[in-house]
Structures are given as C-alpha cells and as structure tokens.
Design a protein around this ligand. Structure first.
Ligand code: ADP
Ligand code: MG
Length: 373
C-alpha cells in the first residue's frame, strides 16, 4: 500500500486475548498524520492511546488493518527484526519513564541508537551526541549518569537519544506525565522547535494545557477516534457523547457551489462542517446573491432553526474553493444530545442568541437573514 503521509493507519483492529477472553482495544481506527504536523492524542486511561501509538512504532502489531509510516507498510512483508531495524532509522520514541540506561552517561545513552542502527562513523558519534545534548540544553551534563541530573533533564536526554539517528518522526507517550510544569514546558518548546524544523511529532498526553499548543488534537474514546470537527464544534461534551455524535452523524459531501440549505426550506438537520467552507448567502434585490459570512471546519449551522422551529431565511452553499464535507445529525438526535448535555445546550443557546442579535443589527442595515456566522 502507498501513502505520502507520515502516518497512515487504516481500519486497524487490535484484540487482546487473555484468560478472561477477548478484548477489542482498537475498533477499526483510521488516522492520517501529514508530514510536519504536531499532533496530540488524548483520552481516558485505558481508552487505547498507548496501543494506538504502538501500532505505528511497530512495537505491537494490529490484529487486522494496515499501518504505513514514512512510506513503509509495517506489517506487510516485514518481520520483527526488519521492523526493529526500520524503527532505529525512522522513529524516535520517548516514554513517560525515560528508560535511560543507568550505568551509562547521558552522552553514551544518546550514542546507543547510533551504534544500534550503525549510523555515522564511529569517531563521529560522540560529536553528534554532544550536539544533540546541546540542542536540549544539557551540554554541561554530558558526562553525568542519569541519576545525577533532575527528572526533567533525564527526559530531555531521552529526547536527545530519540533524535540520535535524525528520524523524521518523533513519537512520545505521556512524555511530561512525570514532570513538573516548568520541565513540561521546556519539553513542549523543544517539540515545537523540532516541528518548526520539519519533523513530525505525535504525543499522547493527559494535560489539556499541552493540547492547546499542538496543531491538531485527536481524541480516542473506548478504542475509537472521535471526529475532530465534532470535538471542535461541541467541546463541552464528554468523550463518550462526542463518540456517539461521531457514530450517529451522516457524512455528506458537496462540490464547490452546490446548495446545502435553501431559504424558506424547513430545517430538519444540524450540520457540523468537517472539511472545506460554506457560504451563508442572501438573495438581494434583482436576484443578486451576496455572501454574508463564511463558516469553517468545527463550526455548525441549522441550530437556530431546530431550536426555534423556523424556516431557513438564508441559503447555505458549499464555498467555491474545494469539496465540502459535513456531518449531519437529525433533529431527534440533536435534541437528545442537548438533553444529555445541559452545558452544551447552554453553549448552543448562547450561539443562537448571538446570531439573533446579529440578525437584528442586520435588519437595521436593511438585510433580511438568519445570521449563521
Ligand atoms: P491508555 O494508554 O489509553 O491508557 P492502553 O492502550 O494502554 O490505554 O490500554 C487499552 C486497554 O487495553 C486497557 O484496557 C488495557 O488493559 C488493555 N491492554 C493493553 N495492553 C494489553 C495487553 N498486552 N494484553 C491485554 N490487554 C491489554
Ligand atoms: Mg498509556
């Protein structure tokens, strides 16, 4: 299989078997991570985060499905030792507990992966390792044993070690879970710098203050990924509820310029924009259209009409740029959702109020429309 993405996970199922029986930890996961992205993965304890990461580190293997990393199909035509060699050159891995060898100095720890992958001339390795320790601010600690430096510094050394073979992808499983917030901040700044230099970083974390700093946040709930636009549009839902919306929503595709909702039509659907943009359009005098506003991925429309029982007073149309993907919830599912999540109901009520207020000010300027934007 081919993929130009950095990570391409396709229909991955992972079943663990033990004395108690079978347990499906990943239930058909699809995930594409493009090169140069800084991605966080969050989810409750036991939701499958580490299992998912280990699908693309090649440390574990899927029960079914495909995983393509940096162009290599990890589980088709490659055995365990092949994967291990591949990993040494393509991947840096950072764990919560740093796993430095205690009897080796920081410098020697950083040189280990170079030895293992047989990369760089023997004489060149100490110099390269020192460069990496300098990158993470540990140049003066290079000859110390791990236990002689702080936990934050041990983790920085572990990151230097993960970068030893200059891999394009860095994978980190709760890298700041064992650190104070200042050390955690240093680690994230280092990741940001690596991403700016072109690396791809994927990080599992528990800390919501860190997910704000990544360019993309993926939520896993009970072995399934939540649609990212659902999480953006309805951030106050519990993960379990976001997953329900992800599962219930119908996926619709529109070509540029295609009408989605028409003025005066009865509205029966709540829409979340998943990809592309939509235009909120008014027909002015002389049948001239004009676009009042644009909505982006993670924004929604249709809620004003569903809540107030009205007809659409503006038309909605796929923008002229690229294909538009929407998630559509029925009126019934939408109202069930509001019943289940009072804080989401309040948040949507505030949006409705805001849009109605804009409508009023639009009226004063001579416009007639439901203000979606
Ligand atoms: P997370 O990292 O989100 O906390 P994990 O991916 O470690 O979750 O685990 C997800 C579920 O899979 C848990 O219920 C865990 O007990 C189970 N699990 C993980 N590894 C194994 C294994 N090797 N054998 C059996 N069950 C496992
Ligand atoms: Mg874990």
């Amino acid at each position: 299989m081919n993929s130009t993405a950095m990570v391409d996970v396709r229909k991955v199922i992972k079943v663990f078997k033990n004395a108690a029986g079978e347990f499906t930890v990943l239930k058909g996961v699809d995930l594409t991570i493009e090169r140069g992205q800084f991605v966080s993965i969050v989810g409750k304890s036991g939701s499958g985060k580490s299992t998912l990461l280990n699908m693309f580190t090649g440390i574990d293997h899927p029960t079914s499905g495909h995983v393509i990393v940096n162009g290599t199909d990890l589980y088709t035509g490659m055995n365990e030792s092949g994967r291990s060699l591949w990993r040494g050159k393509n991947l840096g891995i950072v764990f919560q507990f740093f796993q430095l060898l205690p009897m080796l100095s920081l410098l020697e720890n950083v040189m280990l992966p170079m030895d293992y992958a047989d990369m760089y001339d023997f004489d060149e390795r100490p110099k390269r390792a020192l460069e990496l320790l300098t990158l993470v601010g540990l140049e003066t600690q290079a000859n110390k044993l791990p236990l002689a430096v702080s936990t934050g510094q041990q983790q920085l050394a572990a990151i230097a070690r993960a970068l030893a073979t200059n891999p394009p992808l860095l994978v980190a499983d709760e890298p700041t879970g064992n650190l104070d917030s200042r050390s955690a901040d240093t680690i994230i700044r280092l990741f940001e710098q690596l991403v700016a230099e072109g690396k791809t970083v994927v990080m599992v974390t528990h800390d919501p203050s860190l997910t704000e700093r990544t360019t993309r946040n993926i939520i896993i709930s009970d072995g399934e990924l939540i649609d990212e636009s659902v999480a953006l549009a309805l951030p106050l839902l519990k993960h379990r509820q976001m997953l329900k919306v992800t599962q219930k929503a119908q996926r619709l595709t529109f070509t540029p310029g295609q009408p989605i909702m028409r003025r005066d039509q009865h509205v029966e659907t709540f829409f979340i924009i998943s990809r592309g943009e939509v235009d909120i359009v008014l027909e002015g005098k002389n049948n001239q259209d004009f676009t009042v506003s644009k909505l982006m991925p993670g924004q929604y429309f249709g809620e004003v009409e569903l809540i107030r029982g009205g007809k659409a007073i503006a038309s909605v149309r796929a923008s002229g740029e690229s294909q538009v993907e929407l998630l559509a919830l029925t009126r019934e599912d939408f109202h069930d959702l509001l019943k289940e999540s009072p804080i989401t109901e309040e948040a949507i009520a505030r949006t409705v109020q805001h849009r109605l207020d804009e409508n009023k000010s639009g009226d004063q300027r001579g416009w007639r429309f439901w203000p979606f934007g």
